[in-house]
Design a binder for this molecule. Sequence first.
Ligand code: ADP
Length: 492
Amino acid sequence: MSTKNASQIAPQKHFIGGKFVDSTSGDTFDLINPSTEAVTTVAARGNAADVDAAVAAAKSTFESGDWSRAKPSFRREVLFKAADLIEARSDEIVRLQTLEMGAPIGPDFKGPHPVVERSARNLRFFAQEQEHAGDHAFNRDDSLLTYTMSDAAGVFGLITPWNAPMMLSTWKMAPCLAYGNSAVHKPSELSSLSIHVLCEIFEEAGMPSGVYNVVLGLGKEAGVPLVEHKDVIGVSFTGSPGTARDIATRAAASLKRTSFELGGKSANIIFADADLSKAIPSAAMGIFMNVGQACIAGSRILVQSSIYDQFLEGFQKAAAAWKPGNPEERTTRIGPLVSKGQYDRVMGYINLAREEGRILFGGGRPEGLDKGFFVEPTAIVDVEPSARIAQEEVFGPVATILPFDDADDAIAIANNSSYGLAGYIWTGSQDTAHYVSHRLETGMMWINSGFDRDLRQPFGGMKNSGLGREGGNLSREFYTTTRFASFPLTPR
Ligand code: ADP
């Protein structure tokens, strides 16, 4: 597999106050190409001193008012320009995501890659939202006029994962920056390459230096000091529930606001009256896309008993379309898992599944791919809904398929989970769709479809899948400080 692009990647630095800088310690860590297991480059290994410098830059710019009190139209113009630049650099961003986490470049889209287009849309959406947003005025009889103000709140810590580096980062930074805040972003140590492009783009778009800062590094070394920093007002985090608990505990010491978007073990419920020609390929896409490394993956597929055998046959055929391969080739739909750690974790779950159930297909390394963290799309059957493989998040291309009898049975199996992020329902009956969607304990539900999003909707989950929602007005609430002022209309 070619590594020609990797040799062109410069060592990655922090971005603080508008400048790319090394760590104060001089330390670095390796960035590994998951397709080849070769080192692509090194990245600055941040610690508390680097976080201090980044927060100081963010705070100083915030207090200057150059961005925090700028006209909303100025912020809209800058973010729109940044969105255009993101799209203009689509090929480069996609290539970097291939190097850092193995995402396929995909077919020639004749325009920006969908992931890049969505990242640009995140910026445009919140750039417009903040310009159009208004506050409330209350005029209570003729004695009191009172109104609310929602202002930029301060410096936020944004901590992001590696599974969709650009899309998930822009999903946080768009509302954070649009509403006038400054940010210190700690991307995952596995995926900082594509984020570097954003630093250049924000500068070029005319965002004042210090509004957006990046500290690279490991969770414990760079993430913890960011969470604990006294000048950080809030932390938005996407990652695993265990890390969220650690962040919540540390953030509590300084009463920081937090927003958590965590994992899932989402049920994809397929009724006998569903259009299987759509439900089956969608079920395969829902678990195999991005090699299953998606918080909203439909990793538990619940199938009505009367069509169970028919479904298994169709699902195996549909899975064949998700053959792992070299992500630099246009025809490849899935590449490797992101890291050796992730590969070992997924293989561990597959071995567990051999004990708890039966492997219908997959379960190993794909033929011909001896290097890299590749795993075959895998399906597990004959397993109890309470088994670990049916309960725990694998974050890999592993579908657990469970039969159910009727709607109530499906609801009971689906809700028997410590997670509650997404739910998918396939049925020909409106009544069934409404009945089940009202009872599913999940933050988001998709009926006879998958992944379509309106960015005004609250994104987030119940139970261990998250705390807080982001999207539309809910992002505004999180990233602003709301106050009121009252004026007597009659003398007091
Ligand atoms: P995953 O296990 O899926 O990689 P994590 O929750 O460990 O997810 O990581 C998501 C992000 O959180 C990464 O940027 C990581 O560096 C960061 N992180 C990990 N541990 C901590 C921590 N204790 N405090 C703050 N950030 C952390």
